[in-house]
Design a protein around this ligand. Structure first.
Ligand SMILES: Nc1ncnc2c1ncn2[C@@H]1O[C@H](COP(=O)(O)OP(=O)(O)OP(=O)(O)O)[C@@H](O)[C@H]1O
Ligand SMILES: [Mg+2]
Length: 356
């Protein structure tokens, strides 16, 4: 425990990776499609998603339940691959390597050191019969080739870093002896253990109560900022990613409908769906019990998606064109330098009211 806390965690990043050039794409996904074979036909969960992430950048992926956020996150990580029952196409370059062209061993070597994932329910990542410290020290020893004693020291340092009081005592406990919030902190420590360049957090707080949710999100934010780690934060809630991410990708029925700076989307959403999501966020200046607008209808069945824009059946601005031709994701009309993109035949304009 001779090292200061920060150094103890950043050491593997510094040792394992060359110094990142600012703005270098760390992750480049191009035309990613993931479909599952089901008895009723092909379920196209992710249908042509392209995005990129630079070193240290934070991206939010938001959308309703079933829009394909988790499948996308797992496909980017290489946890879902092409195989029996599943078709994956397009490319995912992570640190210059095509995740889907690596051997299973090559992919495993990336997990933990290049990319790590935090899932919704901490118990999916924790073995109930394994002590907290062992979860950490095993992966540290595997990837960083440290001695047993050094790995144990580093495990305790990591637990302290994620805000666990009495980390040495906690390391000797089993997961069920910790609260839900503490367990998610352990999972975050596991994800950070080998200094990955990219952290994918898939709804990391939904299993926790509201007060703990904020603490965990704040912790994730400060850790990833301190460590200069790129982050993808997946959430069904646009409010969760506001103020916590540089960019946001709004997903609808397996596709990106808007992809832009988070502040720009909040300031002036161009897609009617993004606009509706923002309108449904409760605001402090509203009187209590204000009825928030909801989006009428339901997302389409991904086994039989509509031919045109997938949001058209729920969009009050939809025209015949929307029903027949799917809009491509393209730079904001009239403002192509803004770096934002929208997939809509009738994006909300500068003077239009952002309503659905
Ligand atoms: N292994 C699988 N086989 C068949 N269909 C699947 C499989 N995994 C996911 N799906 C389907 O793919 C679609 C997208 O699922 P996904 O879990 O990515 O949604 P999500 O946006 O993460 O939703 P939530 O907010 O509820 O987590 C869903 O309709 C889901 O039922
Ligand atoms: Mg999900």
């Amino acid at each position: 425990m001779g090292l200061p806390e920060r150094e103890a965690v950043t050491t593997p990043t510094a040792a394992g990776h060359p110094a990142p050039a600012p703005g270098t794409p760390l992750l480049t996904a191009t035309g990613v499609r993931t479909a599952f074979r089901t008895p009723r036909g092909a379920m196209r969960a992710v249908d042509g998603v392209s995005l990129s992430l630079s070193e240290g950048e934070t991206l939010g992926i938001v959308g309703e339940s079933g829009s394909g956020k988790s499948v996308l996150g797992r496909t980017l990580m290489g946890l879902i691959t092409d195989g029996p029952g599943t078709t994956v196409s397009g490319s995912v370059l992570l640190g210059g390597k095509d995740v889907h062209r690596l051997t299973p061993a090559g992919r495993r070597a990336l997990w933990g050191t290049e990319v790590a994932m935090v899932f919704q329910d901490p118990m999916t990542s924790l073995n109930p019969v394994k002590k907290v410290g062992a979860h950490l020290s095993e992966s540290i020893r595997l990837h960083l080739k440290l001695s047993r004693a050094d790995a144990r020291t580093r495990a305790v340092d990591l637990l302290r870093q994620v805000g666990i009081p009495e980390p040495a005592r906690r390391a000797a406990q089993y997961p069920h002896e910790l609260s839900g919030g503490m367990r998610q902190r352990v999972v975050i420590a596991m994800a950070l253990a080998c200094g990955p360049r990219l952290l994918i957090a898939d709804e990391p707080t939904t299993a926790l109560d509201v007060t703990v949710q904020k603490q965990i999100l704040d912790l994730l934010q400060s850790l990833t900022e301190d460590l200069g780690m790129a982050t993808i934060l997946i959430s069904h809630d646009l409010a969760t990613v506001a103020g916590r991410t540089d960019r946001v990708a709004v997903m609808y029925a397996g596709r990106l409908v808007e992809y832009a700076d988070t502040a720009a989307v909040f300031d002036r959403p161009r897609h009617p769906y993004s606009s509706a999501l923002i309108a449904s966020i409760p605001r402090l200046d509203q009187p209590p019990h204000t009825l928030l607008p909801t989006i009428e209808g339901r997302p389409p069945d991904l086994l039989h998606p509509p031919a045109g824009c997938r949001f058209a059946p729920r969009c009050t601005a939809a025209t015949e064109h929307c029903a027949t031709e799917a809009p491509e994701l393209a730079g904001y009309p009239g403002d192509r330098d803004a770096g934002g993109a929208v997939a809509c035949h009738h994006p909300l304009g500068a003077t239009e009211e952002a309503t659905v």
